[in-house]
Design a protein around this ligand. Structure first.
Ligand SMILES: Nc1ncnc2c1ncn2[C@@H]1O[C@H](COP(=O)(O)OP(=O)(O)OP(=O)(O)O)[C@@H](O)[C@H]1O
Ligand SMILES: [Mg+2]
Length: 379
């Protein structure tokens, strides 16, 4: 288990106390309840001043205030993430690897020495579990839409949560119709980033915060950008307010950003501790991603040094040579992790970790390890 600093101890103790008391984590407030919170004015509090990235203005000192449930607007409605008629039509999840592939792999495993593989897996797990003293933010984006940002974010969120014993948040910072809640298995969403920006106060405890988040089935928490309707996109101010405040409570926050060069995506890339750029396995996708890397090289805060590329094969019919594509992307000095085509991922819907192909699982752990290494060790 990762050892954290004092803040983490406090957070874990708080959760443990709640459990010992028999006090359950608060469920999301019922629709009839009012929003806890002080004023309608967002409070960008949270991160220790010395830890805040330089480009984020320091939070003004704010008086500690109680989050009185009687104040403010009524709670938003709970909205299903997928129309139930479509959820039925999705069919059963299929495994990422075919039966023949799984059988062949088991036989090979019996014949070969697995020592080297185990050593590598242990090394990667240790990187994913690196201790943190303040919350780390890993931003995921791409130069084009539909290339796998939400899929990669969901894989990272689940991987961090599986390996780490401190709180992990997966946050959607995409416009209203993102797919992250579905990929994370949320059946419905209610509170969004915009709502939390109005509600958060420095006086809140982790147990107050989690009442507004979606609990992920195999652990961790999710905060959607909206309620799955066409509406006003998330703005930079809301993004900064929410990420700065939530860093106090979560050891790792994975952010599913909008496509570059959107303002929120640029802000997220500029202020994150580590960045994952998703590149599709096409010539134009790799070419565009290389331009993003060249842009990152010009940013302050060692932006390129804390960047990882996920080269994602979203189609079984890609013809681009993965080695040539990876070599092109590696030239500026970033690691490239190949995310193979996976039938389970291609199917859409909730990602079930147990249904992922073996190479996909390995790639997810490698990606999480590379990102965490950079989020913690690169300054
Ligand atoms: N490794 C993979 N193997 C197979 N299919 C994949 C893989 N990665 C992503 N996909 C598929 O690619 C499609 C787009 O993925 P996703 O929604 O994650 O992209 P996105 O970049 O978040 O899109 P948007 O810009 O709309 O938010 C999905 O249908 C997903 O199932
Ligand atoms: Mg998406």
């Amino acid at each position: 288990m990762a050892q954290g600093g004092d803040w983490q101890q406090d957070v874990l103790r708080e959760l443990a106390d709640g459990a010992q008391d028999g006090t359950p984590l608060p469920s999301r407030p019922a629709a009839s309840e009012a929003i806890p919170g002080g004023t309608a004015e967002a409070i960008p509090g949270g991160a220790a001043p010395d830890e805040a990235p330089e480009s984020i203005p320091a939070a003004p000192p704010v008086p500690r205030q109680s989050h009185d449930p009687r104040v403010a607007a009524p709670a938003p409605e709970s909205v299903p993430t997928v129309d139930p008629r479509l959820a039925i039509a999705l069919g059963r999840p299929q495994h990422g690897d075919s039966v023949a592939r799984r059988t062949g792999r088991s036989l090979r495993r019996l014949a070969a020495s697995a020592g080297q593989e185990v050593a590598e897996q242990t090394r990667l797990a240790q990187e994913v579990q690196l201790p943190v003293t303040t919350g780390r933010v890993v931003a995921v984006t791409s130069i084009r839409g539909g290339v796998g940002k939400s899929t990669v974010s969901a894989l990272l969120g689940r991987t961090f949560n599986h390996y780490r014993h401190d709180p992990v948040l997966t946050l959607e910072a995409d416009t209203a119709l993102g797919t992250l809640p579905v990929r994370m298995g949320a059946e419905s969403v209610r509170w969004s980033c915009g709502d939390l920006a109005r509600i958060l106060t420095p006086a809140m405890q982790l147990t107050d915060i989690t009442g507004y988040l979606v609990p992920v089935s195999d652990g961790g928490w999710l905060l959607p950008a909206g309620q799955g309707r066409v509406g006003a996109p998330l703005d930079v101010r809301t993004y900064r307010t929410v990420t700065l405040a939530l860093r106090r409570y979560f050891a790792v926050t994975v952010v599913d950003c909008e496509t570059l060069p959107g303002d929120v995506a640029r802000t997220a890339m500029d202020t994150a501790h580590a960045r994952v750029v998703v590149a599709p396995m096409t010539a134009e996708g790799v070419n565009g991603t290389r331009q993003v890397l060249d842009w990152l090289a010009q940013l302050p805060h060692s932006a390129l040094a804390s960047t990882v590329v996920a080269l994602s094969a979203n189609s079984p019919d890609t013809t681009l040579d993965p080695k040539a594509a990876a070599a092109h992307l590696r030239e500026p000095g970033v690691p490239v992790v190949l995310l193979p085509y996976d039938r389970h991922l291609a199917q859409g819907g909730t990602i079930h970790t147990a249904m992922l192909g073996k190479d996909t699982r390995t790639a997810a752990v490698r990606l999480a390890a590379e990102a965490m290494h950079r989020a913690v060790r690169v300054r």
